[in-house]
Design a protein around this ligand. Sequence first.
Ligand SMILES: C[S@@+](CC[C@H](N)C(=O)[O-])C[C@H]1O[C@@H](n2cnc3c(N)ncnc32)[C@H](O)[C@@H]1O
Length: 224
Amino acid sequence: MRLERVAAQVPPGARLADIGSDHGYLPVALLRRGAIAVAVAGEVAATPFQAALRTVRENGLEPWITVRLANGLGAIEPGDGITAVSLCGMGGETIRDILDSGKARLNGRERLILQPNGGEQPLRQWLMDHGYRILFEEVLHENRFHYEIIVAERLGPVTYTAHELYFGPLQLQARSPAFISKWQRVLHLRQQTLAQFARSRQGVPEHKRHDVAQQVRWISELLA
Ligand SMILES: C[S@@+](CC[C@H](N)C(=O)[O-])C[C@H]1O[C@@H](n2cnc3c(N)ncnc32)[C@H](O)[C@@H]1O
């Protein structure tokens, strides 16, 4: 379900770079459906790299999917003509760091399809700081977990408020049932953290307490 929702955001006929591809399921599924033209599957670790090679070979897709052992966007080569980049199933900070350290590999016209597991706020901050507008966002609820999908393109300067960076500008407007249930859960967790801080014998740094208290306030206002 999670990767299906990601797949739905890949433009038809794209030349896709799937970074952190692991088993390579996303590019293989898209190619088998004829939904994309070609793909690069990038992996930094040897075992998932071998798994991706195997999936591609077993599906006879070697002419269309290149599997590369590389760190982050280092898997993309200028001649690939990549039009979409997916980074899925990693923390938002990791995705941000991969984008930041590899930004010289981007031509600025690629669609970014991101599926962070937490750390969405710093990822949105990076997108804003680099002129990426968020075109689509979704929260999905699967197997007791909430997943976010963020699609962005570099369309020029854009400004998001602190609230929008925290909750997601489009999700704040749409307020889907999955979005509400995610924030109900986060509120519960943050309230538990505040209670732990109150019980803690070692003093909790004031900025930490303030940060969590502000999150509780924002989420409570959202859900009110
Ligand atoms: C949890 S898996 C997600 C796999 C797949 N993208 C998905 O969403 O199902 C994360 C993968 O990212 C890879 N990865 C982590 N950091 C990476 C980096 N800097 N460059 C390339 N791959 C990376 C890991 O080796 C791992 O296979």
